[in-house]
Design a protein around this ligand. Structure first.
Ligand SMILES: [Zn+2]
Length: 263
């Protein structure tokens, strides 16, 4: 796969592939933060994964025509909460949400709570949300959208999987031809020897952004895999958790070395 193909297509299409990977493999995090400067993009991505998680059909994303999709779209599904904050959400609002979700999904396989523009939440409301993010009732998932994940409390970020939409858009990610080593697509990388894998990891680890860029490409490669078996699913989970860990200042090189030996 050439660079042009990796970068072609609208960024939302690329995000959808990553989200499809999460849906297909049952790797939907308890808390997902979708950050994008474009309000429409983060809303689209949130609805895509939110409705996709409810949808009954075999298609990866929402089919748009089943009873779950239709009701979620209308805002009339008991397992689908979409909160477009017009003004700062307060602790009382979080309490209301917590009561509403306490028994988990009622009709669909998942219950989705989308807090759109979550950076509008007061700090005390974010604090009130922490426990639900950490240990939600079974089947309940939160999607928080924001224009900048850094506007959320670090405790919210550390409990969520952060997907920065601009960072996987053409131009805002380090172009693969500017990496210190040639980009190795995941299927090719997996065929390398352990020592070659470690060399690759060590060269990339000189810069966190190099690692992040390659992991996002690998996530994309892994999500595209037509047959997502147990091993494929495990691989996706490893890449996602490494990306996630990189948000905290853990040792990038150790993280990367540990990952590559498991791929
Ligand atoms: Zn559907």
């Amino acid at each position: 796969m050439g660079e042009s193909l990796l970068y072609s297509g609208h960024m939302i299409e690329r995000i959808k592939l990553i989200l499809d990977g999460m849906l297909n493999t049952g790797n939907l995090p308890n808390g997902l933060v979708l950050a994008s400067a474009q309000d429409a993009d983060r809303e689209t991505a949130a609805h895509y994964i939110g409705m996709g998680a409810l949808c009954d059909t075999e298609t990866p994303g929402p089919c748009g025509t089943c009873s779950h999709c239709i009701r979620a779209k209308k805002g009339a599904h008991p397992d689908y909460y979409f909160h477009p904050f017009e003004s700062a959400i307060k602790v009382e609002d979080i309490r209301t949400i917590r009561t509403a979700i306490q028994y988990g999904p009622t009709e669909a396989k998942s219950m989705m709570v989308i807090l759109h523009n979550a950076h509008e939440m007061t700090a005390s409301a974010q604090n009130a949300l922490l426990k639900s993010l950490e240990e939600p009732p079974a089947g309940v998932h939160f999607i928080l959208t924001t224009d900048n994940a850094m506007k959320l409390l670090s405790t919210i970020r550390s409990r969520s999987f952060l997907l920065d939409i601009p960072s996987v858009a053409p131009g805002s990610q380090i172009p693969i031809d500017q990496l210190p080593v040639a980009y190795s697509p995941l299927p090719e990388f997996m065929l390398k020897s352990d020592s070659a894998k470690l060399d690759y990891a060590q060269e990339l680890a000189s810069d966190k952004e190099f690692v992040r860029s390659v992991l996002l490409h690998w996530l994309y490669d892994a999500s595209r895999s037509a047959t997502m078996d147990e091993i494929g699913s495990k691989r996706l989970e490893l890449i996602i958790s490494t990306l996630s860990n990189m948000q905290y200042n853990l040792n990038t090189r150790l993280q990367m070395e540990s990952l590559v030996l498991q791929l």
